[in-house]
Write a new protein. Structure first.
Length: 151
């Protein structure tokens, strides 16, 4: 089994980063807007709809607020198809008001490791950009990318 671990520092308080990640029903609004067009929760399952209409079904395995850790598994709709997929996000304090996102993914077949690594690195960079943009508007209802008129 291939195990991929990617870490990225995000210029936002770890509490804010965790709040975004643990909001499992708002991926399309708070974590990956544009990349994911809709999120639906049914029990412990999450359905992510992409702009092309493709749907991925995930099992939310665990949301641990004390450890700031979210574990999930893609059970249907993975692109490319997998035999097994399990991943987790952890958020740690990085000091100076920043946080470190650690994304660990286990996937089979092993031959998918290189492609998944690229997707994880790109996805983490998109998450970083969205979270950093949103931190400027914490407590305000201004979507990322839409800036207030401060004149």
């Amino acid at each position: 089994m291939a195990s991929i671990r990617h870490e990225i520092v995000i210029d936002a308080p770890p509490e804010h980063i965790w709040d975004v990640l643990r909001d499992v029903g708002a991926v399309h609004e708070r974590l990956l807007p544009g990349r994911v067009s809709d999120t639906r929760i049914e029990g412990d399952q999450r359905f992510l709809t992409f702009p092309d209409g493709h749907v991925v079904r995930e099992l939310i395995v665990s949301i641990d607020d004390d450890a700031r850790r979210l574990a999930y598994s893609v059970v249907e709709g993975a692109r490319p198809p997998t035999e097994h997929h399990h991943a987790s996000f952890e958020v740690r304090s990085e000091g100076d008001g920043a946080g470190r996102l650690i994304w660990t993914t286990d996937v089979l077949p092993h031959s998918l490791a290189a492609e998944f690594r690229i997707r994880i690195e790109r996805g983490a960079a998109e998450m970083k950009q969205t979270i950093e943009a949103a931190r400027l508007f914490v407590g305000q209802q201004v979507p990322p990318g839409e800036h207030e008129d401060r004149s």
